[in-house]
Design a protein around this ligand. Structure first.
Ligand SMILES: Nc1ncnc2c1ncn2[C@@H]1O[C@H](COP(=O)(O)OP(=O)(O)OP(=O)(O)O)[C@@H](O)[C@H]1O
Ligand SMILES: [Mg+2]
Length: 332
C-alpha cells in the first residue's frame, strides 16, 4: 500500500487557485523530487501534507497518509501525525527550531515521544548528534540554536527528524540558505539518513542536479500541476514535456561556459489566471491550437514517464484522459 496517496488535491487562497488538481503517490522508503519554477506550488504541496497551510487557504481533494485521510483532519490529530509519522526540514532552520530550548532537549523530545532511548536518553541524543556530524566533544547538548552556524542548525533539524523516525521526511529547499560547500554535505546527510532508516523522502528543490543525485523519482510542476513525472533517469535523461526540456536547457553546463544562458521566455502565470488550457502554452516552443482549448490529460510513456502534454505521444491533441485528478467528491 502507498504511504502517501494524493488525489485531486487543490488549494485556493482567497478564492484564487494556487495548487492543483494534483495527484501522486509515494511508496514507503522511496524518494521523490519536486521541481519547478518559483510559485509553481511546491511548498503548498508540502504544507498541505503537513497540515501547515495558511489560515486563509482552502483545501479540497484527498491526501491519504498511512491509511488516514488528512483532508479535513482536525488540527490536533494532524499535529500528532506531524510529531510521529511525518517530519519536515525547512529552508531556514532558525524559524523551525525553538530559540529558547537547548538543542539536546529538542532532539530528545522525539525520543521521549516514542519511548525510545531507554533509560539513557542523553546517550541516545549524543549518538544521534554524532551521526549527523555534531560530535558531542565539540557540540554539547546544552547549546542553543543561536550558538550554531546555519549548516549546524540544519544538522540539528535532521537530528530531530532522525529521533522522530518518521515514515515520511519532507525537505523544502533544505540548503538554499547555506554556503555551497555546506550544501553538498547536508544533502548527502539527508539522503543517507532517509535511506538507512527507510524513510520516504519528498525533496523540494530548484536544482535539477540535486534531484538527479538524490531522488529515484521526479515530478516536474508547472502552475500548480504536475506536467511530467517518472523515474528521475527518464525524466532528466529523455524529458518528454517541453517545460522539462526548457528547464534542462536552462542549466549552465561546461560546454556552454561563456555563452548566454538559455531561458524559457515569459513567466509563470499568476495564481487565479489559470484557464481551461495548457498553462504552459504561452511559453511553449511546440504549442498548437489544441493547447489553448483544452487542458491536456496524462499520457503514460513506455519509458516510465507520465506527461501532461497534447503532443506527448507525437500525435497532438490525443493526450490520454482519465488521470487528471478527479475530485473524489471530497472537500477539506
Ligand atoms: N501566504 C500566501 N498567500 C497567498 N498566496 C500564496 C501564499 N503563499 C504562496 N502563495 C501563492 O501560491 C502559489 C504557490 O506558491 P508556493 O509557495 O507553493 O510556490 P513554490 O513552488 O514553493 O515556489 P518557491 O520556489 O518560490 O518556493 C503561488 O502562486 C504563490 O503566489
Ligand atoms: Mg517554496
Amino acid at each position: 500500500m502507498a504511504l502517501l496517496d494524493i488525489a485531486g488535491l487543490t488549494v485556493s487562497i482567497d478564492g484564487a487557485a494556487v495548487l492543483g488538481p494534483l495527484s501522486f503517490s509515494m511508496e514507503p522508503g522511496t524518494s521523490l523530487g519536486l521541481v519547478g519554477e518559483s510559485g509553481c506550488g511546491k511548498s503548498m504541496t508540502a504544507l498541505s501534507i503537513m497540515g501547515l497551510l495558511p489560515e486563509r487557504a482552502r483545501l479540497a481533494g484527498s491526501i491519504r497518509f498511512d491509511g488516514t485521510e488528512l483532508a479535513g483532519l482536525d488540527d490536533r490529530a494532524h499535529a500528532r501525525l506531524r510529531g510521529r509519522r511525518m517530519a519536515m526540514i525547512f529552508q531556514e532552520p532558525m524559524t523551525a527550531l525553538n530559540p529558547v530550548r537547548t538543542i539536546g532537549d529538542q532532539i530528545a523530545e522525539g525520543l521521549l515521544l516514542h519511548g525510545l532511548g531507554g533509560g539513557d536518553v542523553s546517550g541516545r541524543v549524543a549518538d544521534i548528534m554524532a551521526r549527523v556530524g555534531l560530535p558531542p566533544a565539540r557540540f554539547p547538548q546544552a547549546l542553543y540554536p543561536h550558538q550554531l552556524s546555519g549548516g549546524q542548525r540544519q544538522r540539528v533539524m535532521i537530528a530531530i527528524a532522525l529521533a522522530m523516525q518518521p515514515a515520511l521526511l519532507i525537505a523544502d529547499e533544505p540548503t538554499t540558505a547555506l554556503d555551497v560547500t555546506v550544501q553538498l554535505d547536508i544533502l548527502g546527510l539527508i539522503r543517507d539518513i532517509a535511506r538507512e532508516n527507510a524513510m520516504a523522502l519528498l525533496l523540494i528543490t530548484h536544482d535539477l542536479g540535486v534531484v538527479a543525485a538524490m531522488c529515484e523519482r521526479t515530478m516536474v510542476m508547472y502552475a500548480g500541476r504536475s506536467v511530467e513525472s517518472g523515474p528521475t533517469r527518464a525524466v532528466l535523461g529523455s524529458p518528454a514535456h517541453p517545460y522539462t526540456r526548457g528547464l534542462l536547457d536552462a542549466l549552465p553546463t561546461g560546454d556552454r561556459i561563456g555563452r548566454p544562458l538559455r531561458v524559457i521566455p515569459g513567466s509563470v502565470p499568476r495564481a487565479g489566471d489559470r484557464v481551461d488550457a495548457c498553462a504552459f502554452a504561452p511559453r511553449c516552443a511546440i504549442v498548437g491550437p489544441v493547447c489553448r482549448e483544452r487542458t491536456p490529460g496524462f499520457t503514460d510513456l513506455a519509458s516510465g514517464q507520465t506527461v501532461a502534454c497534447h503532443f506527448a505521444d507525437g500525435a497532438g491533441g490525443t493526450g490520454g484522459v482519465g488521470r487528471t485528478g478527479g475530485m473524489n467528491g471530497r472537500t477539506g
